[in-house]
Design a protein around this ligand. Structure first.
Ligand code: C2E
Ligand code: CA
Ligand code: CA
Length: 700
């Protein structure tokens, strides 16, 4: 340091004065505090106005005061080491000081102490003090440091991964991000941000980066292991130290998705068993069937046997326990990929995929049947809850979930009626009406042994006098669930499945027994008419079975009448005349039922040994208004008379019809106007209450 701007000794006074003024002007107008102190007595030899003022003095009064007097003893002590260094070591010293101002805000100064060693000497003659206020600079610096610190702290504290990148190159990441992707900070810094993005997401992320948008969006990244992680990116742009940085918060969506999955699980599963519920199963079934490469599959509809009984007698808790056990065993007997659902109550549904042959399915069915059997004690009895299983195959039994389910249900119902704890494959014959038939068939077989059939009796009376001439036995089935069934609900099925033979025999026997009862008790000494089915009639052994019935019931043949339809006459029955002859020989009367609806050749009527024609109800029903029906009825009556046959009319509903039929020459009448078909007891009561019969039709 040379040529200090102090009054150099030995210079001309004018120049010195001039220079001093210039120096003063300069010193007073720089934003720096300037002072010069004597190195020996430490008094102030020069100070600019700002310096003097900052200590409450002016540029004149400050002169001659010692350093300690100006800045205070304490401050002087503080900076004494710096001063000593300047004086003793003859070096410039630079330090900063924090001062408290009146307003309490911190105030920063930078102090430069510069020794003055006159040329030619080695002694420090004086020291320059230059003080600049650096408060603003310090504050700016602190603010910058604090914001960086804040960001760092925030980044460190965040549970979410955060990555900074500049122009797509990673500049910083926080520990959670490292953890999320499985790389260290060192490995990540310098890499391109896109390198951790899942390949299928790279384009989207690149686009967002290029656009500079501040946004948030779901995407996916890759863990070091290659595992894909669903995340959300929240992207912000920051200006930092004049640089444009991109900050991305990487939020792991997995816990969130897990929660969603849990909620979805709740919505899709039966809480009791944990199995899929109905809507969820149907949805998945639909989804699987809609795949173009959907494999052959089997849909199992499972209903538990005896469950209702267990639930009713042991209570719901026990019932729930049984259901849970069944669910467990079902799953145990199946592959993990099979879909298992509880449809509610004691119904379960299973989808077996990839079953190539029925044999494969049968194997599974056998396994389920043996494994799903829960023994329980109910009502003091040993019961076992077993499955009845119906199976529909995809695609042959349907390609929609609903159709498959419907068919599996049908097959299940049949499995159930065939005896419990068994399985059935759907067959197209089971569909629609045939389904009901099969159900009835299964039930009919049991009904006969369970004594569920009864005979009703409908009176037949003399059209002129109203006297009882006979009774028609009409079959009824007291179905345990469906109530009293009339023949139209089951006769066709019984015929188709040969059950009509034993059933028809039962009817004949029961009718004969009733006839004897009434004869013996003197209630009604009239024949009972029995309807025959063509199946019975066609059997070669029919005449013999009739003989057997008569014999076992102990009644003569003329207590029974047989009603045949026209169809039976036109069917090719071997030796029909002989058959009828042998029946008549046993005393039975033969009548043709529903006459007028078939195509009996008139010459046949003349050749066959018959007793009676019953005009079909359809003609009677429309009397008297339908002139065609009236004409036919009258013609039939006349023809029958001509052939020497009796004529009956059935379905007579009102006195007007009765009156007409009687007038036209009908012999016997049957229908609601007289009485409906009734159980034997009611029939007797009706008869007893009737007193002296009178044809009401004749009164009007
Ligand atoms: P069907 O032999 O023509 O029997 C007369 C049917 O007409 C009976 O119906 C009877 O209840 C009904 N009926 C009689 N009068 C009236 C009336 O005034 N109004 C109405 N609406 N109906 C009347 P059900 O008992 O339902 O029998 C229907 C058919 O079932 C019978 O027709 C018969 O073909 C057959 N069937 C009845 N029992 C047996 C049986 O034991 N064996 C056979 N093979 N078939 C039987
Ligand atoms: Ca009849
Ligand atoms: Ca009839």
């Amino acid at each position: 340091m040379d040529t200090p701007p102090v009054l150099p000794p030995g210079r001309p006074a004018v120049l010195a004065e001039h220079q001093a003024a210039q120096f003063r002007l300069l010193a007073d107008n720089v934003p720096v505090l300037i002072a010069i102190f004597d190195a020996v007595d430490r008094t102030c030899r020069f100070a600019n106005r700002e310096y003097a003022r900052s200590f409450g003095l002016d540029e004149h009064s400050v002169l001659g005061r010692t350093f300690a007097e100006i800045i205070g003893e304490e401050a002087a002590r503080e900076i004494a080491p710096h001063v000593e260094r300047v004086l003793n070591e003859r070096v410039s010293v630079n330090y900063e000081r924090r001062l408290e101002r009146g307003d309490g805000r911190p105030h920063w100064i930078e102090v430069n102490l510069i020794p003055y060693v006159p040329a030619g000497t080695d002694r420090v003659e004086s020291a320059f003090v230059l003080i600049s206020d650096i408060t603003r600079f310090r504050e700016a610096e602190r603010a910058a440091r604090e914001s960086e610190e804040r960001l760092t702290k925030f980044m460190q504290a965040s549970m979410e991964g955060i990555v900074f990148h500049r122009d797509g190159v990673i500049t910083d990441v926080n520990p959670p991000l490292c953890e999320l992707v499985g790389y260290t900070l060192e490995e990540l810094v310098g890499r391109t941000a896109l390198s951790t993005v899942a390949p299928d997401q790279v384009e989207v992320v690149r686009e967002v980066m290029a656009s500079g948008r501040e946004t948030r969006y779901p995407t996916a990244i890759l863990h070091r292991s290659g595992e894909r992680i669903d995340v959300e990116f929240i992207v912000r742009t920051l200006w930092f130290n004049g640089e444009r940085l991109r900050m991305t918060i990487v939020r792991d969506l997995r816990p969130h998705l897990d929660a969603l999955a849990r909620i979805q699980h709740l919505a899709e599963h039966d809480p009791l068993t944990g199995l899929l519920n109905r809507p969820a199963f149907m949805e998945r079934l639909r989804e699987r069937l809609s795949r173009p490469d959907a494999p052959r599959a089997a849909l199992l509809f499972i209903d538990l046997d005896n469950f209702k009984r267990v639930n009713d007698s042991l209570g719901h808790l026990e019932g729930d326990q049984v259901l849970a056990t069944v669910a467990e065993r079902l799953q145990g007997g199946l592959r993990a990929s099979d879909l298992v659902a509880r449809f509610g109550g004691d119904e379960f549904v299973v989808l077996l995929e990839d079953v190539h042959q029925r044999r494969d399915v049968q194997t599974v069915l056998n396994a389920l049947l043996s494994v799903v059997e829960v023994p329980v004690q109910a009502d003091g009895r040993d019961l076992s809850v077993t499955p009845s299983i119906g199976v529909a195959m995809y695609p042959e039994h349907g390609d929609s979930p609903e159709e498959l389910l419907q068919h599996a249900d049908t097959a299940m119902y049949l499995a159930k009626t065939a005896g419990r704890a068994t399985s059935r494959f759907f067959e197209p014959a089971m569909a629609q009406n045939a389904y009901a038939d099969l159900v009835i068939e299964a039930e009919l077989a049991q009904a006969l042994t369970a004594d569920e059939f009864v005979l009703f009796f409908q009176p037949q009376v003399d059209a002129q006098t109203g006297h009882l001439t006979g009774a028609e036995a009409l079959l009824r089935w007291r179905h345990p669930e469906r109530g009293l069934l009339t023949p139209d609900a089951f006769i066709l099925v019984a015929e188709r499945h040969r059950l009509m033979v034993p059933l028809g025999e039962w009817v004949m026997h029961e009718a004969a027994r009733q006839a004897r009862d009434w004869h013996e008790r003197g209630i009604a000494e009239v024949p009972i008419a029995v309807n025959l089915s063509s199946m019975q009639f066609r059997l070669g052994s029919f005449a013999k079975s009739v003989a057997h019935v008569l014999k076992t019931a102990g009644v003569p043949g003329d207590w029974l009448e047989l009603e045949l339809t026209e169809r039976m006459l036109t069917d090719e029955i071997d030796r029909l005349p002989e058959l009828l002859q042998s029946l008549r020989a046993q005393g039975l009367a033969i009548s043709i039922d529903d006459f007028g609806t078939g195509y009996t050749a008139l010459n046949q009527l003349t050749r066959l040994p018959l007793d009676k024609l019953k005009i079909d109800q359809s003609f009677v029903a429309v009397l008297p208004d339908d002139r065609g029906a009236a004409a036919i009825t009258r013609a039939v009556v006349q023809m029958a008379k001509g052939l020497g046959l009796r004529v009956g009319a059935e379905g007579v509903r009102n006195p007007r019809q009765w009156h007409l039929l009687a007038e036209w020459g009908c012999d016997e009448l049957q229908g609601e106007v007289i009485a409906p078909a009734m159980p034997a007891g009611e029939f007797e009561a009706w008869l007893a209450a009737r007193g002296k019969p009178r044809p009401p039709g004749l009164d009007i």
